[in-house]
Ligand binder design. Sequence first.
Ligand code: 13P
Ligand code: ZN
Ligand code: NA
Length: 281
Amino acid sequence: SFVTSDKMLADAQRGRYAVGAFNVENMEMVKAVIAAAEEAQAPAMLQTTPSTVRYGSLETFVAMVRAEADKTEIPVCLHLDHGDSFELAIQAIKAGYTSVMIDGSKLPFAENAALTRRVVDVACAVGIPVEAELGRVGGKEDDLKAHADQNTDPDQARQFEELTGVSSLAVAIGTAHGFYVGEPVLDKDRVAEIAAKVKAPLVLHGASGLSESDVRECVSKGMCKVNFATELRVAYTGAVKKLLAEAPKTYDPKKLGLAAMEAVKEQVIARMKMCGCVGKA
Ligand code: 13P
Ligand code: ZN
Ligand code: NA
């Protein structure tokens, strides 16, 4: 069923596990994540970044996810990942997204809080949960390094929650988007420190490249949603490359799509196990 993210995240917070959130870029990835959720009997969040929205469209992703989610009893939600403007967040809601993120983490604290508050005011009126971000998760823009001085301050996080009424909060503890250059240095104790001061479920970004024990420890300390993107793209493309290497004469996109879906599905099931959400649907 096609649902909002609030109940699945509240259940995760109460049950001390995390919901896996998986970035999808086409129909094959949508089908693979939902097939994984069915097989694992796990709730699932599918999410699209602004660049993925530009590749397809908000309406296209809503139509695909709704059609696939309606075929199953498993709760499935469609979330805007790293929404970069008030307009895009509201357009996503209008198109039928059941959860949105507004990412004002590059802005100064007061501006981030004000932008988040504006989105929450509108989203709340129509029952759509909002994720925001405080602190800086590393990534491509930051030459793949996360900076410890940009980790989220627990007291600021509490103040941010009070100012914005946000539904879930992405926090920085040393993770970065993409794979890691060298070993990631995570401040896992900070997760528990923030969780002690913030009521909203916490979100871990940049999970591709983390070890199983890192993810499990972050979840045990209070992360309720864990985002996986890069490694799904690698699994997808790897399966296509392998098929083309083994059978270079292949020209049917369905053959490539089936191989890619199988690889993404297996990867997603493994990550759901890591998050502890298997059997929680
Ligand atoms: P990775 O690409 O490191 O998995 O990060 C995913 C993410 O945080 C999506 O918002
Ligand atoms: Zn992210
Ligand atoms: Na990462």
